[in-house]
Every structure is written in structure tokens, then in C-alpha cells.
Write a protein that binds this ligand. Structure first.
Ligand SMILES: *Cc1c(COP(=O)(O)O)cnc(C)c1O
Length: 392
């Protein structure tokens, strides 16, 4: 980061002010992670999961990088996300799965997006969209194998598959996939895993009995891709692992799976000053300086995705050492006690990254805040620019 780029304003090169905070996104790492994950599931197609702005990493650049690395499919939760991928000019197959009645079914069918159907109302909306768009809707049917969220209950599966087959015969839809989502794949050996695989296999067989011939059958998320070869079927759908985060931190760190964290979150110190002992720090004075010391102000807060639960807990690398946040995380800022060390306003504070420079990782933050690393990266706020490195 050098704070300048070649931007011009018509009167000559202008200096771009150095950002207050930024999330550097290493697209070369993302591509390498896709390659590592594809190698774990060599017989399966690869769906890059890009929901929630690519877990906070920036959806479009990450989608492009994933396609370059060989992903054939892009997966998102909402139809709006799917349409945004197409609006950005991205090809490849796109699947979305989180619908509400009256959603943009026709727009998705027209944009050649595969839509997920878990219930009769959704099938009816997909069929109506196919009629309105004047083309066959590509539909994937989802079974609830035990997660208890979306997906048809096994008891409703025969009815749904029969109705889908009838719509197929009418030329209105093509069932391109049958899929499910695990409840506890991140706990290897959990008894639900085999049970859910069994329910999924049964649903696949019953769909075939109904006359459906889906291109892809899939259930594997990141933990399934990395730890359960029997879950790979025709396609794997990794999300968090593609961003270089271990989905099973109790089993292994990213490097143990050949993965490298993609996001580094940094900010520039906004203030460095000496204060006397006994000085309260941040709202509520949860921290009081134990003696004369140097306080550094880091200009990111919960509005930027730094959890308030990181108060007096979150680790940050400044001036070569890990510091623990002093007192409360506020909306826009938090404070570090540098003790006897010195730093300058403008110096970089690294909240998390791959760890090569000695900085904490997203997993360290998750542990400090009682959450999972998924949430740490995904919550980074829209006020923090994503700087995509090594894009092509
Ligand atoms: C989020 C999501 C994934 C990816 O999960 P990870 O654990 O991040 O790999 C896969 N499938 C569905 C349906 C999802 O919602």
C-alpha cells in the first residue's frame, strides 16, 4: 500500500489519500485455495460460494478469481446476489437458494440462473416465471436432510419431485440438481453426518424414481469437501475454505489443509499520545491505565465489523507486538495501550491476516470474541474499502 495510484482528475495525477482502514484481498491466495480444494474433490465440479459479498471479501472480484481457478459454478444465497453476478458480466453457472414469495424468479430465469426450490409454492413461482420469460427454468430441488432450515421434508419429497417432473414434461422447467446442506459437518464424527448422507442418498434415489435426471447432486460445504470424501457426489460447494479459513479449526489450521487466508484487515493509527497512570480509556472506563503509558487510537469500530465483544479481548499487531484492545470497542474506534513502546500516527495496525507478519488471524479473533471466523470476515463493514491484490 503506498497511497497513490495513477488516477487522474483531468489536471494531472492526483494523490489518493491513504485509507483510514482497508481490507487487502489476496486474489492469488483465493485462486490457490480453489486449486487446493479442487484437488481434494477431483471427481466433482466446483461451486464457489460467494454469498454475503463473498464472506466480506468482495463478490465480483472473488467470483472472477474463482472462475479463473477453474470453478464451474457460482453459488449465492439470494436471487439479488445472483442477478448482481450476471449484471457484472460473469458467466458460468449460477445457483441461488434463499427465496421468498414474489421474488425475482422471472429475472433469474431470464438471466440463466439456476433457482432452488424447496416447496410447492416455489415450484409454482418458478413455473410461472418460465412462462413469463418464455424459456425453461433451471430448477434445483432441495431436501431437508436434517438441518431443519430450508429444503423439503422427506415426507413432502415424493409430491415435490412428482410435480417437478410434470412441469419438466410440459417443458417449463428442467431439474438440474438435487441437493442438501449438512447440519454438523464441522464436527467430524458427529452422528448426524451419516444420517443426513443416508437421507440425501434416499432423496436422490426417489428423485430418479420420479423420472428426474439431475446433472448434479451435491451436499458438501467446506468441511464436507475437506473431511468427507463420501459427501462429494457430483459437485462440492465450499465457501469459507476458499477464503483460506479452516472450517474445522479444532482439526487443523488453514495451512494444514493447504489453504491461505485471503483477507488482511488493517487500519492506520489516528492518534498516539502519552497519558498519566489512572487514566480511563473509552466508554465506561472498562480499562484504566496502570501507570504512565502510550495510548494508540485505532480508527475502526463495530460499524466496521469489529465486534463489541472484542472489548478488552481482541488482539492487534502494532509496532511488532500483539496488543489487546484496551477497554470498549466503540462504533468507530478503539484504543490500544502500547506500554513503553512507541509508534507514530499513520502506522499500520493489523487486526488479522494470514499470520506471516506475526499478526493475529481471523481465527484468533473468533476465539477472543466467542464466535467463528466466518463471522469475523463477513461482518467487515461497507465503510472499509476492499483492496483487491493480484487481480488479472
Ligand atoms: C454458506 C453455504 C455453503 C458454504 O458453506 P461453508 O461452510 O462456508 O463452506 C454451502 N452451501 C450452502 C447452502 C450455504 O448456505
Amino acid at each position: 500500500m503506498n497511497g497513490t495510484n495513477g488516477t487522474t482528475n483531468g489536471t494531472g495525477p492526483t494523490r489518493v489519500p491513504p485509507p483510514r482502514a482497508w481490507a487487502a484481498i489476496d486474489l492469488a491466495a483465493l485462486r490457490a485455495n480453489v486449486a487446493a480444494l479442487r484437488a481434494k474433490a477431483p471427481g466433482a465440479a466446483f461451486m464457489a460460494v460467494l454469498k454475503a459479498d463473498a464472506y466480506g471479501h468482495g463478490m465480483v472480484p472473488c467470483a472472477r478469481a474463482a472462475l479463473e481457478a477453474g470453478a464451474q459454478w457460482l453459488g449465492v444465497a439470494t436471487p439479488e446476489e445472483a442477478l448482481a453476478l450476471r449484471a457484472a458480466g460473469l458467466g458460468g453457472r449460477v445457483l441461488c437458494w434463499l427465496w421468498t414469495p414474489g421474488g425475482p424468479w422471472r429475472e433469474c430465469v431470464a438471466a440463466d440462473i439456476d433457482v432452488t426450490v424447496s416447496a410447492r409454492w416455489a415450484l409454482e413461482e418458478a413455473v410461472a416465471a418460465a412462462r413469463a420469460a418464455g424459456r425453461t427454468a433451471r430448477v434445483q430441488l432441495k431436501i431437508d436432510a436434517g438441518l431443519g432450515r430450508n429444503g423439503a421434508q422427506p415426507a413432502d419429497w415424493p409430491d415435490l419431485t412428482r410435480a417437478a417432473r410434470a412441469a419438466e414434461r410440459d417443458g417449463l422447467i428442467k431439474v438440474t440438481g438435487v441437493w442438501a446442506h449438512f447440519s454438523c459437518a464441522d464436527e467430524p464424527g458427529h452422528p448426524s453426518i451419516d444420517r443426513e448422507l443416508g437421507i440425501f442418498r434416499e432423496a436422490v434415489d426417489r428423485a430418479a424414481d420420479a423420472g428426474l435426471e439431475p446433472e448434479v447432486r451435491h451436499i458438501a460445504n467446506s468441511p464436507g469437501t475437506l473431511t468427507l470424501p463420501e459427501s462429494h457426489f457430483d459437485l462440492v460447494r465450499p465457501g469459507v475454505a476458499m477464503y483460506g479459513i479452516s472450517p474445522v479449526p479444532q482439526v487443523g489450521a488453514p495451512a494444514d489443509f493447504g489453504l491461505r487466508p485471503v483477507m488482511t484487515l488493517s487500519a492506520r493509527l489516528a492518534s498516539v499520545k502519552r497519558v498519566p497512570g489512572g487514566h480511563g480509556v473509552s466508554y465506561g472506563h472498562q480499562y484504566v491505565t496502570p501507570g504512565e503509558t502510550t495510548l494508540a487510537l485505532v480508527p475502526v469500530g463495530y460499524a466496521d465489523g469489529v465486534p463489541r465483544h472484542a472489548s478488552s479481548a481482541g488482539p492487534v499487531l502494532v509496532a511488532g507486538k500483539w496488543r489487546t484492545i484496551a477497554g470498549r470497542v466503540a462504533m468507530d474506534q478503539f484504543v490500544l495501550d502500547l506500554g513503553g513502546d512507541t509508534a507514530e500516527p499513520g502506522d499500520e495496525a493489523v487486526l488479522f491476516g494470514p499470520g506471516d507478519r506475526g499478526e493475529p488471524t481471523a481465527e484468533d479473533w473468533a476465539r477472543a470474541c466467542g464466535t467463528i471466523a466466518y463471522e469475523i470476515v463477513t461482518r467487515v463493514g461497507s465503510r472499509v474499502p476492499r483492496i483487491h491484490l493480484d487481480g488479472r
